[in-house]
Design a protein around this ligand. Structure first.
Ligand code: UN1
Length: 479
């Protein structure tokens, strides 16, 4: 495996994981980052100590006092320059994302493109931070709204989108005059260091105060310092519902604000008027893309009884043609899971499904052999089940698709799709306008995101992204 991208991104065997934007703080404890692609050690990143965390917060607080006074278009200009730098590093950063996280190179590059897009979006916003002005009921008086920055924004991001999700938060926060402290997943720490290395040059060239964009590294304990810290008024966290409940409670207890983007249990409804070609591509990409490790991955396919057997046989056939292997090789469709814990969770879910009475249609299992040395490659599988089974109600972050049957009108399918605790993304495949409209209506899908004739995954930076119910909420709107 050629890893010259590491050098381009200024990554070394040992890297500093605590940065105050312009300065990296040295530490003695390191975590190692292994690639799920080939199991090799990529590099190590230092862990943030409590003492260094304090330094980071103090520096960020001082930076905020200055940064908030930069005119918003000037802040936008700095974000614009970061977008330009990202264009230069797109190939290298995309490769690192693919190698450290295990998603396909195309998806890795897509993530970096999303970073570039959000920079462009944020630059535009930096000249559009409008507020309303109102007629007052008092004579000779005028009222207006003006938006002020909050202060330090704490960003906790997950391994599966190791660069894009941070930038969605950080670039908007920066143009608004906020400063950021980013705690990336300890499973993808090098991605965070690489983003910071690129940003560092831009911040330095623009004489931005130290502390505007900081990173801290470590396990959940490092995140906990931030969630309990009232000097951090807003926490934006992406991850599991379990993690979100802990974060949300800690932040609420100190009356802070949180943006939570948590688990999904996303379904595609296939009505009897659906275009089967769209169903196959939508379901396949949704269920096996990113090896089923997107919060928006398709986990349930709710098919009308008239099309059920047809969909079942075509999808089963498509699954047999999937190529599993190194995600940096564009011939492969499915890469590895993030680590062996994820593999274990996948195996446990398969076992539970069978115990609970479901029928395996396409067998799962862990792949063995030279190409699969990391031990993280698994077979995507399909399971026929009932929606009410506990395992179907649960989000397993792996390529397991549950095939469910419905009878009668689309309302029955919508009832099944809504009958889970999560509410992130959803989709309907139909050529019938009435069915599509009832899915999109206020008595339709209860998810934050509702798609028609396209799968459940794939966010666009221009629209609000988030979900309802146990997915968290805070940024979710119904679109
Ligand atoms: C997408 O589907 O393109 O964890 C984005 C996730 C989300 C991002 C999904 N934070 O999958």
């Amino acid at each position: 495996m050629k890893t010259s991208f590491l050098k381009n991104l200024d990554l070394h065997k040992k890297n500093e994981g605590t940065w105050t934007g312009l300065k990296a703080l040295k530490s003695d404890t390191y975590i190692e980052s292994f690639s799920p692609v080939d199991g090799k050690l990529i590099g190590s990143v230092s862990v943030t100590s409590k003492k260094d965390y304090e330094k980071v917060v103090n520096t960020a607080q001082k930076a905020f006092a200055e940064w908030r006074l930069f005119p918003a278009p000037k802040r936008g200009e700095i974000v614009r320059q970061y977008g330009m730098e990202l264009r230069k590093y797109k190939e290298s950063l995309g490769q690192l994302v693919s190698y450290e996280m295990g998603k396909s190179l195309q998806e890795g590059l897509g993530e970096v493109q999303e970073m570039i897009d959000i920079c462009d979006f944020a630059v535009g916003l930096s000249r559009q931070l409008y507020g309303l002005s109102m007629h007052s009921e008092r004579p000779l008086h005028r009222m207006y709204e003006q938006w002020h920055p909050l202060g330090i924004v704490g960003i906790i991001s997950a391994f599966n989108f190791p660069v894009a999700v941070w930038s969605w938060n950080a670039m908007i926060a920066m143009v608004c005059g906020d400063v950021c402290i980013w705690k990336a997943s300890e499973k993808t720490p090098l991605c965070a260091v690489a983003c910071q290395n690129i940003l560092h040059k831009v911040l330095k060239a623009n004489k931005v105060p130290e502390g505007v964009s900081c990173i801290i590294t470590g396990d959940y304990k490092v995140g906990e310092w931030m969630t309990h810290d009232s000097r951090v008024p807003l926490i934006s966290a992406t991850g599991s519902t379990r993690m979100g409940k802990i974060v949300g409670t800690a932040v609420a207890e100190r009356l802070g604000r949180s943006l939570l983007e948590l688990g999904g249990n996303n379904a595609i409804i296939v009505t009897d008027s659906a275009d089967l070609n769209l169903v196959l591509t939508g379901a396949l990409f949704g269920a096996v893309g990113t090896c089923g490790q997107r919060c928006t991955s398709t986990r349930r396919l709710i098919v009308h009884e008239n099309l059920y057997n047809d969909v079942k046989s075509k999808l089963t056939k498509a699954y047999t043609q999937l190529k599993i292997g190194n995600p940096l090789n564009s011939k492969n469709h499915v890469g590895p899971l993030i680590d062996k814990t994820a593999v274990n969770n996948y195996l446990l879910a398969l076992e539970s499904a069978v115990d609970q009475g479901a029928t395996v249609l396409v067998e799962g299992g862990v792949l063995k052999g030279k190409e699969y040395e990391s031990g993280c490659y698994v077979k995507p599988c399909i399971i026929e089940a009932e929606n009410s089974l506990p395992i179907v109600q649960h989000e397993t972050f792996a390529p397991i698709l549950y095939l469910l049957k419905y009878k009668g009108g689309v309302a029955n399918a919508i009832t099944i799709q809504n009958a889970v605790p999560q509410g992130l993304s959803s989709a309907i495949m139909t050529t019938n306008l009435r069915e599509a409209e009832s899915f999109l209506s206020s008595s339709g899908s209860d998810c934050g995101i509702a798609n028609v004739n396209i799968g459940t995954s794939g966010a666009e930076i221009g629209g609000a992204f988030g979900g309802e119910k146990e997915t968290g909420g805070g940024q979710g709107v119904r679109i």
